[in-house]
Design a protein. Structure first.
Length: 166
């Protein structure tokens, strides 16, 4: 197994069931539920020095999902251009998430997630098997969709374990 396969497998392993489209919906609902219960003050919490705040983490989910959406759309439509990777820390450093309201970040997340659901739920089954190159690695559209789900669950587990224990 290549390093890339190991990297993505850890996210795919986070998906609780085979029905990844249903899990896309569930992970979004769970994320919204957690963030809706936070106060503005709580959303500035980071569990350790140099770690993202809950606000930065929420915007990271939206940013990553947008990148993955573009990859899925490009490959589904047959675009053969190799797509670049992205540096999640660079994105977070330039996001200014902590200057925004929690409400605005949550609204953005909900909109991005709804967009992912529409894109992936209406995609022709043949298109899910299309592949493309992202960050130097070949990947199928369906796998990109599953990464959206697994990545979200990965961060939900981190939130539960490190940000909101108990």
């Amino acid at each position: 197994m290549s390093d890339f396969q190991k990297y993505i497998q850890r996210y795919l392993d986070e998906i609780p069931s085979e029905n990844w489209l249903e899990e896309l919906k569930k992970s979004g609902e769970k994320t919204v539920d957690i963030y809706t219960k936070l106060t503005e003050e709580q959303s500035h919490f980071a569990y350790s020095e140099g770690k993202w705040t809950l606000k930065e983490l929420l915007l990271h989910l939206s940013d990553t999902e947008r990148v993955f959406q573009f990859r899925a759309l490009s490959f589904a439509r047959g675009d053969q251009a190799a797509l670049p990777g992205f540096d999640e820390n660079e994105y977070a450093d330039n996001s200014f998430a902590n200057e925004r309201t929690l409400e605005s970040l949550l609204e953005e997340y909900k909109t991005v997630r709804r967009s992912s659901q529409i894109l992936l739920e209406t995609m022709h089954p043949k298109a899910l098997h299309n592949t493309g190159i992202a960050n130097g690695n070949e990947i199928a559209v369906e796998t990109v969709g599953k990464l959206i789900v697994g990545h979200n669950f990965h961060h939900l587990h981190i939130i539960e374990e490190r940000y909101l224990p108990g």
